[in-house]
Ligand binder design. Structure first.
Ligand code: F6R
Length: 236
């Protein structure tokens, strides 16, 4: 495991962009996360693209998760998030960007996503971490999940993410890649910032490996890079 502790969110995002850029230039398949943590990274990648330093035209992206039941054009959907923070701002071919569809036949969608990940193995997976240790929307549980599946969101996740839902009811379910699929990525970058994540990141990186803290499985990954700010990484 490599750990980069940067002074603040801005420097952490710049460092993350420098690590991700070569994967983009070489046309790899990249697993993407949403949430507030990677927004700075996406901003830095947009800057590099606009300066003609990186070219998104050959990459494929596979997002971790999506809410169940949101309208396709909902501003809270992860498709909308990805379009506004990255895809609409760089020269990516949107036909090569994949996000689970949280509407319609969910069993079929889980199967379609599993096949997609098998067809395009993930070279680099970008992750954030929830306050309860979730990665993707894999909530604390009795066992590590394998494939794409539908989850009931926990109270901790509902509380953390309800800030994004003003005037719209937050979905209580999501569709997410499984832990084994995340783990199968050749390389993983875990991003974390802010004091409020300091305890959970210590538990995830230094505590026992348990499905009660889903991110703890990452301790076993052979190419894990953690990039965070000093506030989040003060105990590790
Ligand atoms: C979102 C995702 C989640 C977030 C996590 C942290 O695609 O996979 O696991 O990474 O909930 O969210 P933020 O970054 O908002 O603290």
């Amino acid at each position: 495991m490599k750990i980069f502790t940067e002074g603040d969110y801005e420097h952490m995002s710049m460092m993350a962009a420098n690590v991700v850029a070569p994967y983009i230039c070489s046309g790899m398949t990249i697993g993407l996360a949403t949430g507030s943590t990677p927004i700075g990274l996406y901003g830095e990648l947009v800057k590099k693209c606009r300066a003609n330093k990186i070219d998104f035209s050959r990459i494929k992206t596979i997002n971790l998760d999506e809410y169940v039941g949101l309208d396709k054009d909902s501003k809270q959907s992860y498709r909308y998030f990805m379009d506004s923070f990255l895809f609409d701002l760089v020269n990516i071919d949107k036909r090569n960007t994949f996000i689970p569809n949280g509407n319609g036949d969910l069993d079929k969608e889980c199967k379609r996503y599993d096949e997609l990940i098998e067809r395009y193995p993930i070279d680099l997976q970008i992750l954030g971490i929830g306050h309860n240790g979730h990665i993707g929307f894999n909530e604390p549980s009795d066992s590590f999940s394998k494939n794409t599946h539908v989850v009931e969101l926990t109270k901790s996740t509902m509380d953390a993410n309800s800030r994004f839902f003003t005037g719209e009811k937050m979905p209580e379910k999501a569709i997410t890649m499984g832990i084994a699929q995340i783990f199968s990525a050749k390389s993983i970058i875990l991003l974390v910032n802010g004091e409020s994540k300091a305890d959970i990141i210590r538990e995830a990186l230094l505590g026992p490996i348990t499905p009660r803290v889903p991110a703890s499985i990452l301790q076993l990954h052979e190419d894990l890079t953690v990039i965070g700010d000093m506030a989040a990484l003060k105990y590790v």
